[in-house]
Design a protein around this ligand. Structure first.
Ligand code: HEC
Ligand code: HEC
Ligand code: HEC
Ligand code: HEC
Ligand code: HEC
Ligand code: HEC
Ligand code: HEC
Length: 358
């Protein structure tokens, strides 16, 4: 880890512009992992002839956006405690959260355990809600993503979730396949059955929500279609909830008694389900980036400050941060402070369940 930090600092100190498409190749790539006879990446050659690993580039001691010339690197793992929730300061946690807590402070329950950052989860032998067991084939098999993301096999780790497309042009407002999908959340071609045709769409905040507000934020894609359990055409709804359900399937597919449609009582918290227009839900009108909803259409929604019950949906990341948070189960807020009838709390669950605090 120390070697990686030093390498990043060296790159930062370089005089050249480190641009994603325009910067010199040598800032990010090494042809032989060798310079003056010494290894460029002391951890060994990286995929795509990169100078360092995913974790290497996306880590920093303190800051969550590292600026090098015209290139800005979003940081997902800081070695000191990031500011949470984000305030716009240089140390503010980005939208996905931060691996600091799972690695340095809270432990296994505070984030996904990811190769290069933490060892395998001591409490969870598979992704909760998956239909796949811990068995599932050896190296590069199903278990390397569905049972743990901390396997040393190359498909696991960051690339268990992300299908990186750093050279894709993501400048259009709604990022789709042409831009490498929203935050590189494409169909995982390392998985048997995935074609790479589908992925998650979304509108990307240029600061990765380092300084979010009701009118500056990511805009997430949701759906009201009850998506099914299958590998083929899996991510066709382009929603971020369907992506999470890829590994935690039953938490979506088996959320109501019927499972095939949305009738019958809820038996798990609904996800990709529309906020009713009546009752306590009608009062969630101004977008709160700490408790986001997803849109069922992204057109014209960039930085919209409006929440629309009747069409916007609750989804997995309304409550969770995928990389980790200061709270168990990588929740976006402190669940222990959600006390029915406690009064005066307008965050967390109460943003939608506005009458349960009275
Ligand atoms: C800011 C860092 C950066 C710079 C500068 C950069 N690359 Fe890359 N490149 C990456 C990363 C990260 C990947 C990892 C895989 C991916 O996202 O596609 C990659 C992947 C690639 C790939 C394989 C995937 C693809 O899109 O074809 C090629 C080929 C490539 N780079 C060539 C180049 C060349 C040639 C240059 C210089 C003209 C260059 N890169 C400059 C970061 C960079
Ligand atoms: C050489 C440095 C470098 C390496 C290695 C690298 N990245 Fe990146 N990554 C970057 C930069 C720079 C950006 C910002 C690109 C931009 O502004 O869109 C970025 C952006 C991202 C994003 C966010 C994309 C978005 O829409 O903002 C993800 C996700 C990501 N990288 C994942 C990965 C994964 C997974 C790997 C390992 C396979 C990896 N990166 C390796 C430099 C790197
Ligand atoms: C469990 C799946 C998962 C894993 C594992 C994962 N990510 Fe992410 N990542 C996501 C999702 C989902 C988002 C989008 C978050 C959002 O926009 O709210 C994201 C966003 C990002 C971003 C954009 C910045 C941000 O916080 O939004 C970067 C950069 C990134 N990931 C890099 C990485 C790297 C590097 C690793 C490995 C150390 C990694 N990710 C592991 C799911 C994952
Ligand atoms: C490289 C990581 C990776 C590997 C290896 C992998 N998967 Fe997946 N799997 C994912 C991701 C990410 C998703 C969700 C997004 C997608 O479809 O790509 C998913 C989704 C699924 C789904 C849809 C789940 C549902 O509940 O609807 C099934 C089924 C599945 N995988 C089965 C398998 C099987 C069987 C294997 C082994 C042959 C396997 N996967 C190997 C990452 C992986
Ligand atoms: C590629 C498979 C994969 C995807 C996609 C995925 N997860 Fe996970 N998730 C896992 C695995 C494996 C575990 C158990 C081990 C661990 O915690 O790292 C897990 C654990 C969790 C936990 C429990 C944390 C703990 O350690 O107690 C939560 C909460 C969670 N995931 C939420 C999400 C959300 C939200 C998304 C979508 C943004 C998501 N996951 C996407 C594989 C995945
Ligand atoms: C309304 C908020 C909310 C939504 C929406 C939500 N979760 Fe959770 N999730 C929680 C809370 C709270 C916990 C903590 C345990 C509990 O109270 O059940 C949790 C726990 C988990 C766990 C850990 C379970 C374990 O056995 O340790 C996983 C995995 C998870 N959620 C994944 C998901 C996925 C995937 C989705 C979307 C399909 C999702 N969650 C949607 C609030 C939510
Ligand atoms: C982003 C909005 C949102 C957030 C945040 C949220 N919920 Fe919900 N919740 C909903 C929606 C929408 C429903 C389904 C309403 C319907 O159609 O009946 C629901 C349903 C429920 C139900 C089942 C109600 C029934 O009629 O069976 C419970 C219990 C619940 N939520 C508890 C929680 C708790 C506890 C939290 C915090 C951990 C939470 N919710 C956070 C939107 C939200």
């Amino acid at each position: 880890m120390r070697g990686i930090v030093i390498l990043c600092l060296l790159l930062m100190g370089a005089d050249t512009v480190w641009g994603m498409v325009s910067g010199p190749c040598s800032n990010c790539h090494t042809m032989h992992n060798s310079q003056n006879g010494s290894a460029v990446d002391s951890d060994g050659p990286s995929s795509h002839l990169l100078t360092t690993s995913c974790v290497g580039c996306h880590s920093h001691a303190t800051d969550t956006i590292v600026v090098v010339g015209e290139t800005r690197i979003p940081i997902v793992f800081t070695h000191s405690k990031p500011t949470y929730p984000a305030t716009g300061s240089p140390t503010s946690t980005l939208a996905g959260g931060n691996f600091f807590w799972v690695s340095q402070e809270g432990g296994d329950a505070y984030g996904h355990n990811v190769y290069g950052i933490s060892g395998q989860d001591n409490d969870l032998a598979t992704a909760p809600g998956t239909s796949l067991g811990a068995s599932g084939g050896g190296a590069g098999g199903c278990a390397d993503c569905h049972a743990t993301l901390a396997s040393s096999n190359p498909v696991s780790g960051c690339t268990g979730c992300h299908v990186p497309k750093h050279h894709a042009d993501d400048c259009q407002e709604i990022v789709d396949g042409a831009g490498g999908w929203y935050r590189f959340l494409g169909e995982n071609v390392a998985m048997v059955g995935d074609s790479g045709t589908y992925g998650v769409t979304g509108i990307e905040d240029e600061n990765w929500e380092q300084n979010p507000s009701s009118n500056q934020h990511n805009t997430y894609m949701g759906t009201t279609e009850p998506y099914v359990k299958s590998v083929n055409s899996y991510m066709r709804t382009e929603s971020i909830g369907q992506f999470c359900a890829g590994c935690h399937g039953n938490f979506h597919h088996a959320m109501n008694e019927e499972s095939t449609d949305l009738s019958g009582a809820w038996i798990r918290h609904p996800s990709d389900v529309v906020l009713p227009v009546d009752g306590e839900y009608q009062y969630y009108k101004t977008y709160n980036p700490l408790v986001p909803v997803a849109k069922t259409s992204l057109t014209g929604q960039k930085n919209s400050a409006t929440v629309t019950p009747g069409s916007d949906v609750v989804t997995c990341i309304s409550c969770h941060r995928p990389h980790g948070s200061p709270y168990p189960d990588m929740l976006r807020w402190d669940y222990s402070e959600m006390v029915a009838g406690g009064g005066g709390n307008s965050s967390g669950c109460f943003v939608c369940h506005s009458s349960k605090d009275d």
